[in-house]
Design a protein. Structure first.
Length: 381
């Protein structure tokens, strides 16, 4: 969806100036501002800055909002503030067919953002959403007081070294698939990377040899939109060594005549590399055989679930697991953040560290207790 495309058919606002067909409206769009338009080139540049997954999510949100508006005879664009409030109230009370439960508060926050973004894209002033946000705030408190899990954000569980060791024990690392899955999990942990950062890696293009046997990896931190080159040294434990795991995978790929290009390739159930995929007779998937982000997440989930360990396991588990492993080793939060590509003021990283500190030796009460036992008791006055 281009930034200027309307997600749904919309009623036109009366008395607006005529806009040439090759000029899409920008925001704000008023009679007093004849310069409020974007060229097709600028529209493409704006769209390039929006993650594809966000675009798809917003498209689906707006489509469903338009369908609801049609059933209640309300206008989706430009929407009245009361319409948005009514819609969020409806979502709060309406179970979804797939889950049997209403949307959670976090998804409802995104839906509000989708509606506002779609108004901007269509050249309308976004509606006031204070009422809708109050609906979500009340809903969040209602769920929290009821101790409903939906009140809590759904986070991936951290796959630290202990979890990885258990998961790797369930893999057959003599097979090509086992070598791939081990390398994906270990490198994800070593780089503190998301699946979207692992999947694009190429061999040897993304890797530079380092003295001592490790390598430097050129990884694109997608969320921050910047390149980073963290060092990955050899690990003292061969079983948990990302460098050795990647080299084992590269050697196995070479035996299958894959010497350069995508490091993490899709495989079929028989172990064939980059099998052709079709949908309705048309080829789909990366032509080089590169696996998808969803496939990378499936590998992490499947590998750890075999251990029976409780948790919500996704490709992001490796990123969170790096924080847990590093914090347990006493690594400073600044070093953790810079290695993993977090901003120095990242609230997400601070939240991860706070969770680990609360459960470990860095817990404030634990530190107070240790300090108290180390100091001699004072004399009563």
């Amino acid at each position: 969806m281009n930034e200027h495309d309307e997600v749904v058919d919309a009623e036109l606002v009366d008395n607006l100036p005529a806009i040439p067909e090759d000029r899409a409206p920008a925001v704000p769009l008023t009679e007093e501002d004849p310069d409020a338009w974007l060229s097709p080139e600028a529209q493409e540049d704006v769209q390039a800055g929006i993650p594809e997954q966000t675009t798809k999510a917003y498209q689906g949100d707006m489509d469903r909002f338009a369908e609801w508006c049609a059933t209640v005879r309300r206008r989706p664009l430009p929407a009245a503030p009361q319409t948005v409030t009514e819609y969020l109230s409806y979502l709060k009370r309406t179970p979804r067919p797939r889950t049997g439960r209403p949307y959670g508060p976090k998804t409802m926050d995104r839906i509000i953002a989708s509606i506002r973004s779609s108004h901007r894209a269509a050249g309308y002033q976004p509606p006031d959403t204070m009422g809708a946000r109050k609906v979500v705030a009340g809903y969040r408190e209602q769920l929290a007081l009821a101790k409903d899990p939906a009140s809590q954000p759904r986070k991936a569980s951290p796959a630290d070294r202990t979890v990885l060791r258990a998961a790797l024990a369930e893999l057959d690392r003599t097979t090509l698939a086992g070598k791939r899955d081990a390398a994906l999990m270990l490198l994800g942990h070593a780089l503190a990377s998301r699946g979207s950062e692992l999947v694009p890696l190429d061999w040897p293009g993304s890797f530079t040899e380092l003295p001592g046997g490790g390598f430097q990896v050129r990884v694109y931190r997608k969320k921050r939109k910047l390149w980073q080159t963290p060092d990955v040294p050899l690990d003292p434990d061969p079983e948990l060594c990302a460098v050795r795991a990647v080299r084992a995978l590269v050697a196995a790929l070479a035996e299958n005549d894959h010497h350069t290009g995508a490091l993490f390739l899709r495989m079929d159930r028989w172990g064939y590399l980059a099998p052709p995929m079709h949908r309705k007779g048309k080829p789909i998937g990366d032509p080089d055989g590169r696996m998808t982000i969803e496939a990378a997440s499936d590998i992490v989930q499947r590998s750890i679930e075999r251990t029976g360990l409780p948790g919500r396991w996704r490709s992001h588990s490796s990123r969170r697991g790096f924080v847990k492993s590093a914090r347990a080793a006493g690594v400073d939060i600044v070093q953790i953040g810079r290695h993993g590509g977090w901003d120095d003021k990242s609230k997400a990283l601070i939240g991860y560290v706070d969770e680990e500190d609360a459960a470990g030796e860095n817990n404030p009460l634990a530190q107070i207790g240790r300090k108290a036992t180390e100091e001699p008791e004072g004399t009563d006055l």
